[in-house]
Ligand binder design. Structure first.
Ligand SMILES: [Zn+2]
Length: 255
């Protein structure tokens, strides 16, 4: 398969890689729907489709699309997720028995929550995949590159593992990555750093016209706050609480 040969034997030269990454960044700024500025506020699935086409043309000479259309390929979809609060990106391969034999589907998702929650004036540097990122578009491109190597491995070997040595070699050869992790700001970190709020903190927040006070029980995309309420559910400490899901920005720490 042409994609396998490309992946294993034909990584770009370092100069061609840097030029290719710069060209794709410029392409995203010129043609992106949501990602047409370095500090974009939203991404749409068509932005990811645009990036896929650009990377396939520039780095793989169309071999990814060819493999998707071939016997081990299938449909590829893109997803912008607000629920992903740990992983920056996610690539999936699904196999299903359909009326016309085995059907395969691939999807690449990226976390809008992590990207949108980062580059808000953090004191620390933000590295994604071991590469220093200056803005959200940089971070998105590094995440997307990592996911593309997952897709390549899935297409060639039907399995993929970013902790494996082959993956590390491909992602370094094609995109210069030295790590498989990101340092984007998670909702937990944002709550702790910006507000000094964590699980167990007392907080105040407004819901409609009323101001409530309670204790943070959990932090995902939003914080779960338990507010003492005689009409609420009884918890293991014997008290009754009403449960509120509050955006992290709306919390105010109580001394
Ligand atoms: Zn991975």
């Amino acid at each position: 398969m042409r994609l396998r040969i490309r992946l294993v034997r034909q990584p770009p030269s370092p100069a061609a890689r840097v030029a290719g990454q710069a060209a794709i960044r410029a392409h995203a700024l010129a043609r992106g729907a949501g990602i047409n500025r370095p500090m974009f506020h939203r991404i749409v699935p068509s932005d990811l489709a645009l990036l896929f086409e650009a990377y396939d043309a520039r780095f793989f000479d169309g071999a990814m699309r060819e493999a998707l259309d071939g016997p081990t390929g299938g449909a590829l979809t893109f997803d912008v997720s607000r629920r992903m609060i740990r992983s920056g990106g996610m690539t999936r391969r699904e196999e299903r028995r359909g009326p016309s034999g085995v059907e395969r589907r691939f999807s690449i998702g990226v976390s809008a929550t992590l990207l949108g929650g980062t580059f808000r004036g953090e004191a620390r540097a933000i590295n994604v995949c071991g590469v220093r990122c200056e803005d959200r578009l940089d971070a998105l491109l590094r995440i997307f590159e990592h996911e593309l190597i997952h897709l390549c491995e899935f297409l060639v070997w039907q399995a993929s593992n970013c902790r494996g040595r082959p993956f590390a070699r491909f992602v370094h050869g094609f995109f210069g990555h030295t790590e498989a992790t990101h340092e984007l700001v998670t909702p937990h970190e944002r709550a702790r750093q910006a507000l000094g709020v964590g699980v167990g903190s007392r907080v105040r927040f407004r819901a409609g016209r009323r101001v409530h006070e309670g204790v943070v029980n959990r932090i995902t995309r939003r914080a779960t706050v338990l507010v003492p309420d005689p009409g609420g559910r009884r918890y293991s400490d014997g008290q009754c609480y009403a449960k509120y899901y509050v955006p992290i920005e709306a919390l105010e720490p109580v001394e």
